[in-house]
Ligand binder design. Structure first.
Ligand code: URP
Ligand code: ZN
Ligand code: ZN
Length: 460
């Protein structure tokens, strides 16, 4: 038996905080409380006094080793999960992206092979449905039985990823039959495409046109339409990467009626603004991620939505493409710049600093948004997201008096930039445990390679 005791820290859960020790036995939390009376021979004692002990981050929106926009995301499951671990995230739910002509079960096999033996933290998958070929839905029961209990659809990117409303309706009602939920990328893709074509025709070929072609209303319309379709399909839905005040209002209204509607936003929508698209030359391509960054009124509404419970989760939407790739594909046509940016490594640090330390959310709310709620929402709530007996010993030791400086040079993400370059933040994630293994210390990976396990998820 392997025993460890994290001694003298303040344990923070979504429900409250208290001075408490944490006893870990063989990678599971066995007890939380005043444990100084325990006499366990060979127990490893770790002094965490003055530190906060939190459940490891759960990031339910990442794209590792994922084919998109004529290229592949720059982090594979090794580099991406190492970066996650170094930043305090101990569980991922990653998108298995169906390629053209590929069957759903084949997609899952391919994505599982990419992750197995490479991931260093535990992971699950969402099934991205980009082509609802004949009888595709017959594979849904097997997919759900394998523990992949969420399906992802795109309402944008016609001709590649987008489903029409009929297929969206079918995915929703078939998902419902297997107890799944549908994750939705909500944008009116056809209107975005028209606006983008107009900008190109006017010679506005640079990255700022990404912002101009995706006004807030393109998201809000799609959110409202998806909610209506979900009502007809009697489906549970979860909106990914919401960025606008109008979307928060739509989700809040649905939830006030007890409809099975939930939503996330992402670190960058809370913290970065559209002035970044005025960067010189091609620099603004760093922020070509979808939806684009929004004005302050939207950022304020997102924080309010999180506090009020209209939005439930903050994820990273880690979808990294190096600038070289972005330039090669989209230097003369912003529509071809691969959409996405990095974030898995810095979500926990940035949301702590910008949320808790700026007084926007409490420490407990931070834990809820970054760990407890995403674990519950995606069928992992019995194992992940709490510092409590019976849970996996996925833990963060955070020094509130420390500091975190973010730079591309020192990050672990396989990326040539970070949107948070030079940010010097209060708080330092000192140690990260995954199932009781110390995997990261002071932002450096110290665990074994390939130790992550696939997590079959419950239906919700
Ligand atoms: O810009 C983004 N978010 N790219 C990744 C694909 C998606 O829409 O989630
Ligand atoms: Zn998306
Ligand atoms: Zn995404």
């Amino acid at each position: 038996m392997k025993y460890q005791i994290l001694q003298g820290g303040t344990v923070v859960n979504s429900t409250g905080s208290a001075r408490a020790d944490v006893l870990i036995t063989n990678g599971k939390i066995e007890a939380v409380g005043e444990l100084s009376h325990l006499q366990i021979e060979n127990a490893e004692i770790v002094d965490v006094s003055g530190r906060l002990v939190l459940p490891g981050g759960v990031d339910v929106h990442t794209h590792m080793d994922s084919p998109m926009s004529g290229t592949v995301t720059s982090d594979d499951f090794a580099s991406g999960t190492i970066a996650a671990a170094c930043g305090g995230t101990t569980t991922l739910v990653d998108f298995a992206m169906q390629r053209p002509g590929q069957k759903l079960l084949e997609t899952l096999d391919e994505h599982s092979e990419k992750a197995a033996g490479k991931a260093v933290i535990d992971y699950g998958f969402h099934m991205c449905v980009t082509d609802l070929y004949e009888n595709a839905a017959r594979e849904f029961p097997e997919i759900a039985q394998a523990g992949i209990t969420s399906f992802k659809v795109f309402m944008a990117y016609r001709g590649s990823l987008m489903l029409n409303d009929g297929d969206l309706f079918d995915v929703m009602r078939e998902s419902s039959k297997v107890g799944g939920q549908v994750c939705i990328h909500a944008e009116n893709g056809d209107i975005v495409d028209r606006l983008a074509d107009d900008l190109m025709a006017a010679g506005k070929t640079g990255p700022k046109s990404h912002l101009l072609s995706r006004p807030p209303a393109t998201e809000v319309e799609a959110v409202n339409r998806a909610i209506s379709i979900a009502r007809m399909a009697d489906a549970s839905i979860y909106f990914v990467h919401l960025s606008t005040e109008g979307s928060v209002a739509a989700v809040a209204e649905a939830r006030s009626k007890d409809w099975a509607v939930a939503g996330e936003t992402c670190t960058h929508y809370l913290t970065l603004g559209p002035e970044l698209y005025d960067a010189p030359g091609f620099e603004a391509a760093k922020y070509v991620l979808t939806p684009p960054l929004r004005e302050e009124e939207h950022r304020k509404a997102l924080w309010r939505g999180l506090s009020a419970g209209s939005l439930s989760v903050v994820s990273s939407d880690h979808c990294p493409f190096c600038m070289e790739d972005k330039f090669r594909l989209g230097h003369d046509d912003f529509r071809k710049i691969p959409n996405g940016g990095p974030g898995v490594e810095h979500r926990m640090a940035v949301v702590y600093a910008e949320g808790v330390r700026k007084g926007r959310i409490s420490m407990e709310k931070y834990v809820e948004l970054t760990s407890t709620a995403p674990a519950r929402q995606f069928g992992l709530g019995s194992r992940k997201g709490q510092v409590a007996a019976g849970f996996d010993a996925d833990l963060i030791v955070l020094d509130p008096n420390g500091r975190t400086v973010i730079t591309a040079e020192t990050q672990n993400q396989n990326m040539d930039y970070t949107p948070y370059e030079g940010w010097d933040l209060p708080g330092a994630i000192e140690q990260v445990y995954s199932r009781g293994d110390l995997v990261a210390r002071d932002g450096k990976y110290v665990g074994k390679s390939g130790r992550g396990k696939f997590l079959p998820r419950a239906t919700v």
